[in-house]
Ligand binder design. Structure first.
Ligand code: NCD
Length: 348
């Protein structure tokens, strides 16, 4: 499947060959993400980065990715500063912005809204999260992270065992990642959540139909042992009305150093799309694992830039021979890349 000129609304735009290709392009672009080289392949191109829902990583890494490929970015954040607050329809906004930009990234709180926005547009639209629907670029960077960690651990994605914990019902990153992993063979999915926050039935059916093993658990103690990957998620409070769905969710779902020591394997890698909710009573991924090299969450966040660069390169069809646009970083040169996790990979 070629991604050239396509909207990226769902992970359904990918097959295994396209995933492999994206991975290869991302590997080529890694030195650009690390600022060892500059790349100006998108010189003159403009990205419209539209975020109508809270975001730090996704918004900034899309922006950074486009900029590091030599393009420029115009953006708007929140409804308040957009003409939507004056009653403009999403369709009109879409038509107008398509006249300004070469690519559009959109995050919106309503499921299906990004597809609606993209409906009549020729300019490619990337879904950066539509309510509880999908978040395909996050799944791509999660896949890239798993693949990089597995290379180090000499493991394979086919046949792996992944435990997903938290708000599996509303977590769009989980939905997209499960669809992505369903393209592989014989994955063991373990879904750990109270019944009210478990995976949507249609996704469970899809995974079963594609021949994967699926099991639901209501405790970490039962679901975590034997997992190669633990993918923790935040409770999506903004999508939960009242408190009833939170019933049964508490300390017993908390991933912390003690739980990892007791129930995880010494080489289980721990992922989280972030942000983690660090407020009291949130029971999200604890900070007492921050020095544990099994915790890959900041390596995962760093990968967001590399993978989004690769996605732009493929959608805008400039990925073939992209190295010919690399030039040595002149003038300002960073002395370090990222933070401690880069030391872990000996990148500094
Ligand atoms: C996620 C999202 O927005 O769906 N964050 C992200 O994009 N990295 C997860 C979340 O908000 O919990």
């Amino acid at each position: 499947m070629s991604l050239s000129g396509r909207h990226i609304l769902s992970i359904d735009s990918f097959d295994r060959t396209t995933l492999e290709q994206l991975l290869a392009v991302a590997r080529v672009l890694e030195p650009v993400a690390r600022r060892q080289f500059r790349c100006n392949v998108l010189d003159g191109a403009v990205l419209a980065n539209l975020f109508f829902e809270a975001s730090t990583r996704t918004r900034m890494s899309f922006h950074t990715a486009f900029s590091r490929l030599g393009g420029s970015v115009v953006d708007t954040t929140g409804f308040t500063f957009s003409s939507i607050s004056k009653g403009e329809s999403l369709a009109d906004t879409a038509r107008v912005i398509a006249g300004y930009a070469d690519a559009i990234v959109l995050r919106h709180p309503e499921q299906g809204s990004v597809a609606h926005f993209a409906e009549h547009l020729h300019v490619p639209v990337i879904n950066a999260g539509d309510g509880a629907g999908e978040h395909p670029s996050q799944a791509l960077l999660d896949y890239y992270t798993i693949s990089s960690e597995f290379t180090r651990l000499k493991k394979r994605i086919d046949g792996m065992n992944i435990a997903m914990v938290g708000d599996l019902k509303h977590g769009r990153t989980i939905h997209s990642l499960c669809k992505l992993l369903s393209l592989f063979n014989g994955i063991h999915f373990r879904f750990i959540a109270p019944p009210s926050l478990q995976m949507p039935a249609d996704l469970l059916n899809l995974l079963r139909e594609r021949g994967h093993q699926v099991a639901e658990y209501s405790s970490i103690a039962d679901g975590l042992p034997g997992a190669d990957v633990l993918y923790a998620t935040r409770i999506q409070r903004e999508r939960i009305e009242g408190g009833e769905q939170m019933e049964g969710y508490g300390e017993n779902f908390r991933i912390n150093a003690a739980a990892i020591r007791r129930f995880a394997e010494p080489d289980t890698i721990i992922l989280h799309p972030l942000p983690r909710d660090s407020r009291d009573g949130a029971y999200d991924l604890a900070i007492d694992l921050d020095e544990n090299p099994q915790l890959a969450i900041f390596r995962q966040a760093d990968n967001g830039v590399t993978v989004r660069m690769a996605l732009f390169a493929m959608v805008l069809d400039v990925h073939n021979g992209i190295e010919s646009y690399f030039t040595p970083q002149r003038g300002y040169r960073p002395t370090r890349y990222s933070d401690r996790d880069a030391d872990f990979y000996q990148l500094n």
